[in-house]
Ligand binder design. Structure first.
Ligand SMILES: Cc1ncc(COP(=O)(O)O)c(C=O)c1O
Length: 391
């Protein structure tokens, strides 16, 4: 560990405040360090390892594809990308998919698409290219997705930012509609549950009114489901909890089950906006990533699997919410944020690692994003460590 830490400090640019842990291997929701110490993982690598570490079926599909064809350019057809796109459309009701490699890239694509939609339909004379996002949102780390991110702390140093973004308060429908009324907007981008912002769900009534207005005004609705998507909240897409059908949904994180992949899924209004050469990325639709994602999606997009995610989320809430240190638990399914009465969330994460439990924070909350298929045995083991720390 000491060697790795020294080498990391020497050779890797220090943009992450790493915990004192080097993970070597894992299975299901359990992983091990170099001394074979066991950890229960309630983080899934920030919501990525949706089927846990090294799921048998997922690993087999990835290894098989890696030994058959690891990459070819997007100038050619490949079966894994087509199979995954078809399954995504069938399971979500969307029309077409565009693949990329991360959440930020998926959001970039969605923003470009919304602007092109408006340009195609209303022309360049009309300045209808702005995107409204919400305060406290997080949409990625590229210059444009930082511009879309509604948190001042991310707007240091890197100016000038991409123009054309405004921020409104979540759940303040009057403010949102008064901004959108200007006629300058081509899109609205939201997270149904703000993840990095502290696991904060939107109110259903706000979403309903916002979507109705946007439909009427031909403003595209973009859902950033990079963190909430693919079963995380107990539904395949978090939009289902809100009875909403965004024109574009961005996905990444849990979609790949552990390999880098991002995607936008588009409806009938938006699926044919991008034409030849309007967008592209070398690695988008990589066959190995798509083969893994296909397994993850097929397993997760199943009613009984999703019902279990929901039930495990309820179980976690039930087990923890009566603890004296717990003020409240926010979130849905297995995307949960624990509000604490007096303890510091960062300190709890450190204690967790000492005791063999991997946790996350989101603002001042403890954030739980366990693998969706965590076993009850692992869940109970992790919860008893967490209870001990919170006591
Ligand atoms: C809601 C949301 N959007 C976008 C991103 C950026 O994704 P990536 O880190 O894959 O670029 C994240 C990452 O945390 C996220 O939570």
């Amino acid at each position: 560990m000491q060697d790795i830490k020294l080498l990391d400090n020497e050779y890797i640019i220090g943009t992450y405040n790493r915990q004192n842990l080097s993970i070597v291997s894992g299975n299901s929701a359990t992983c091990f360090d170099e001394n074979d110490k066991e950890y229960i993982d309630f983080s899934s690598g920030i919501g990525v390892n949706s089927l846990g570490y090294c799921d048998d079926e997922w690993s087999f599909a990835v290894a098989k594809q890696a030994s058959l064809l690891q990459h070819t350019s997007n100038l050619y057809y490949t079966e894994p990308a087509v199979k995954l796109a078809k399954l995504l459309c069938e399971k979500t009701g969307y029309k077409k998919v565009l693949f990329c490699n991360s959440g930020a890239e998926a959001n970039e694509a969605a923003i470009k698409l919304a602007r092109k939609y408006s340009f195609d339909k209303y022309g360049s004379d009309v300045n209808r290219n702005k995107i409204l996002t919400l305060k406290n949102s997080f949409h990625g780390r590229t210059i444009t997705t930082l511009s879309a991110t509604g948190q001042e702390v991310f707007h240091n140093y890197f100016f000038p930012f991409t123009q054309g973004f405004e921020f409104a308060n979540s759940n303040d429908i009057d403010e949102v509609l008064s901004i959108l009324n200007s006629g300058d907007y081509c899109g609205v981008m939201i997270e149904f549950i703000q993840g990095e912002g502290g696991v904060i769900p939107l109110e259903c009534d706000f979403v309903k009114k916002l979507f109705a207005y946007c439909e009427e005004a031909d403003i595209l609705t973009i859902a950033d489901e990079v963190q909430t998507g693919i079963g995380r909240t107990g539904k395949l897409l978090a939009s289902e909890h809100f009875d909403a059908k965004p024109n574009i949904t961005s996905l990444a994180k849990g979609l790949g089950g552990g390999l880098p992949i991002g995607a936008i899924i588009t409806d009938e209004k938006t699926c044919d906006v991008f034409k030849f050469s309007d967008h592209g990325t070398t690695f988008g639709g990589n066959p190995v990533a798509c083969a893994g994602a296909y397994v993850a999606l097929q397993r997760i997009a199943d009613d009984s699997f999703l019902a279990e995610v929901q039930a495990k989320g309820e179980y976690i809430k039930w087990e923890l919410s009566s603890l004296p240190e717990v003020l409240a638990i926010d979130g849905m399914g297995m995307m949960l944020g624990i509000r604490l009465k007096s303890k510091n969330a960062g300190e709890i994460v450190k204690k967790g690692i000492e005791k063999g439990l991997i946790l996350l924070t989101a603002k001042d909350k403890i954030r739980l994003l366990p693998p969706l298929n965590i076993t009850m045995q692992e869940l109970n083991k992790g919860l008893s460590i967490l209870k001990e720390i919170l006591a």
